[in-house]
Design a protein around this ligand. Sequence first.
Ligand SMILES: Cc1cc2nc3c(=O)[nH]c(=O)nc-3n(C[C@H](O)[C@H](O)[C@H](O)COP(=O)(O)O)c2cc1C
Length: 218
Amino acid sequence: MEVLQAIQKRQSVRKFKAQDIPDEDIRKLIEAAGLAPSGKNCQNWHFVVIKNRQLMQKIADTILEKNEKIALKLEKVDEEKASRFRKFAKNFTVFYLNAPVLILTYAKDYVPSGYDEYHLIQAPKQLGDNLFQKNPGMQGIGAALENLTLRAIDLGYGVCWLTSQNYAADEIEALVKEETALEKENYYLTTMLALGVPESDLKSPRKKDAEDIYTLIK
Ligand SMILES: Cc1cc2nc3c(=O)[nH]c(=O)nc-3n(C[C@H](O)[C@H](O)[C@H](O)COP(=O)(O)O)c2cc1C
């Protein structure tokens, strides 16, 4: 498939056919992710690919448990917000449980160029913090996930990126560690991807026109 065609075809997939994804194809997706650029080629990613329905369900339960803990406190200050917060978590855990595969993306911090140097010359802390705000480490993760996404489309699959559950990231990490003995020191969960064969006729929101998102200087 042409790159442009894959870019145009990409959309967030929240409805999947009940169709498995062969392990060889998963390997191709991970290979594509691993070819992405990253600051100083740090390749600060690790992917945990889950096909185990029980573990997927346990992750969903973990999210909903944490969601409920927050919602119980939230409803004391804003009932409507609490109700929306609960509903959204239920919605997205239900749709990702319909996907045959869930990919957890872990990342490791990348120290931006200039950060140590600022420290050594005792520059104001704010200057170093500003470098982390640009977050080159997370920019690399985005590049890897987009590579994976486009390769998935190339192979006839679709994905939905999920970050809304990150308030339960510590709990999910602990669960995955317990269930899989995964030992990745200094790596933390950033994103989950629901992956599968998309249902047809899915809708996507409108995108801004090009004129509205760039400035050309000649
Ligand atoms: C970093 C990132 C985080 C996202 N998190 C979620 C999420 O938690 N839940 C969800 O349903 N969609 C999530 N999405 C999908 C966006 O909602 C979607 O990309 C956007 O609405 C545009 O729609 P499209 O992808 O179909 O073009 C996320 C996308 C990105 C890139």
